[in-house]
Design a protein around this ligand. Sequence first.
Ligand code: 4AD
Ligand code: MG
Length: 459
Amino acid sequence: MRTRISELLTHAKSGQGCELAGWVRSVRTSKEMAFISLNDGSNLAGIQIVADHKLANFADIARLGTGAALGVTGRLVESPASGQAWELAAEEIRIIGAADENYPLQKKRHSFEYLRSIAHLRPRSNTFGAVFRLRSRLAQAIHRFFNERGFLYVHTPIITASDCEGAGELFRVTTLDAASPPLVEGQPDFGQDFFGQRTGLTVSGQLEGELFSLAFSDIYTFGPTFRAENSNTARHASEFWMIEPEMAFADLSDDADLAEQFVKYLCRFALDECSEEMAFFDKHIENGLLERIRTVAEADFGRMDYSNAIDRLQRSGVSFAFPVEWGLDLQTEHERYLSEQVVGGPVFILNYPKAIKAFYMRQNADNRTVAAMDLLVPKVGEIIGGSQREERLELLELRMDELGIGKEPLWWYLDSRRWGSCPHAGFGLGFERLVMYLSGMENIRDVIPFPRTPRHAEF
Ligand code: 4AD
Ligand code: MG
């Protein structure tokens, strides 16, 4: 039976027989011996296979190319070489899938740009192996965090008729004939479309999440979201994953408390349970990463009002590319300045002007701000966006009228304010932004297996 390399090494015993399978990372040969570095994706280092020239197919083994798939039977022995405790003395090596010298992932340092162009193969590289192992483990840790706290996991729909964030970034879902749709008054008649109305891919599961929080008290969603936002930055993807908790009987301060515990939990998790990957990132991706994450896991996150943040930015003396003025949204350069220079760590910015935030946020008594929060972190900027929700029916309706948001299509959302309405709050954590933050990877395209960005959906 095949054993995964990571498992074999955790329970290693000298002389232990085993069967492995994996892909060749490199081969060094002499007349007498071949040394094969084999990796099956279960850990970073893989294992060194030592093949003696007495093996019947030694000639073929000596000619093996990087990328070939092998099955190996052998015995574990303590390795005389430095940097590894164990190696496998091969008794039999089966070549399962050959790879010739045209294999695009040769053993050398490739640029991330190049690796993006071979996204079908890059998971077999050290960096992407580490990124996607970390990503997988973090997803598990996220479920664990909420499960430990009694939150219900809810699957909100991917196809939706409502634009939660109101930013007009919905990808349309339709089965109408693109070339000649049925028309009413010169416009496509979505009444004749598959769902009998205009639908799109969800930008957020929040609205449905709120409905569940008003039944189960504490819930979270974790799923893909889609935004047809034409911004070609290193932090935006058109398809990304978001975690959205929602708590009934909770206000903005409870919301920030949960977000702080959540982020720290994930920092500690990465340090404790993904140590091999984190050490790799520290060495090869961002020097000082481990220290940075350790500090965050221990830190008290700052909390600062938006108005105060604007004041700090204006008094900074820094000439930013984008204007800083009360009423304008913060740009990444401002967010990074606030967390990196002003606070020196993660900081919540609270109570934004209502004009720049979504319709569902709770209006403050000052009549010009809403109970919104963004968590800003060094390097990445905004990693979390959330708010206390407007639970007062009249005020919510008034706000929708002001913004020209139709109340009729959201009748079900308004119903939740009609019966048993209560203060509630939640947030969204962008999963890729989290992986970037914890790995030090600087481009969102390099932390999602097959990135979707404007003009890119090939693999
Ligand atoms: O701030 P956003 O737009 O908030 C919401 O969608 C709310 N409905 C969340 C809630 O209160 N339940 O998005 C939340 C987070 C951002 O802070 C960011 O981390 C991530 O989602 N995000 C993106 N990540 C990658 N690519 C994009 N285009 C993203 N847009 C937002
Ligand atoms: Mg936001």
